[in-house]
Design a binder for this molecule. Structure first.
Ligand code: GTP
Ligand code: MG
Length: 197
């Protein structure tokens, strides 16, 4: 897929104020700092479309981007951000979950996982929750450029193995890097395929 147009639409903290749900939608979710906003910029080849930061907790709203005037890409706040109050964290997490459960045009959730790490409980728990709710998702392993591909593949295999105890069929995954653009074409062709069906 060629991205001709990628435009910011809205930022929201209120599920009732989201754009009308009349186009296919794909959401990026994962721990704070995992690289959600960076990967959105890499995929759309538009630096600065989604705001990024070295500090976790940068994205605090549900951000909608309209791609090729046809589908939405959504940048979500990260989960598990430690440097905020418990109350704040609970409010965000409720809000994100409410969005994921109720958004009728949501085609697929992309769960981003740091490819440098061994499986983390918080990520596995989040995947189980999506499974429980019957929300379709795929796995995007991030920051592949930060270590050898072999090491990344090992962590991917461990994560898939951990999910296997819960899922009959573990969702597909893509190893990505916002720096080298590894996997970006594959993410777009996955979206293309879903849009076509
Ligand atoms: P929150 O909005 O805080 O939840 O974070 P996020 O998941 O949107 O992460 P963000 O895209 O802001 O990236 C966090 C940091 O990781 C930034 O310093 C990025 O430059 C860096 N980063 C993200 N992706 C990559 C990658 O593929 N490779 C490398 N080397 N650095 C990356
Ligand atoms: Mg972000």
């Amino acid at each position: 897929m060629i991205i001709q147009k990628a435009e910011f639409v809205t930022s929201n903290t209120d599920v009732s104020k989201l754009p009308v749900a009349d186009k296919p939608e794909y959401a990026f979710i994962g721990r704070s700092n995992v690289g959600k906003s960076s990967l959105i910029n890499a995929i759309t080849r538009k630096k600065g479309l989604a705001k990024t930061s070295q500090k976790p907790g940068k994205t605090q709203l549900i951000n909608h981007f309209l791609i090729n005037e046809h589908w939405y890409l959504v940048d979500l706040p990260g989960y598990g951000f430690a440097q905020t109050s418990k109350k704040n964290r609970a409010i965000w997490e409720k809000f994100i979950r409410e969005y994921l459960v109720n958004r009728v045009n949501l085609q697929c959730v992309f769960v981003l996982i740091d490819s440098r790490l061994e499986p983390q409980k918080i990520d596995l728990d989040f995947c189980y929750w999506l499974g429980e709710k019957g929300i379709p998702f795929l796995l995007l392993f991030t920051k592949a450029d930060k270590q050898s591909i072999v090491k990344g593949d090992q962590n991917v295999a461990k994560f898939r193995k951990a999910l296997k105890t819960w899922f009959e069929e573990v969702p597909a995954h893509i190893l990505t890097s916002s720096e080298t653009k590894l996997g970006c074409e594959q993410v777009l062709s996955t979206i293309d395929d879903i849009n076509a069906n």
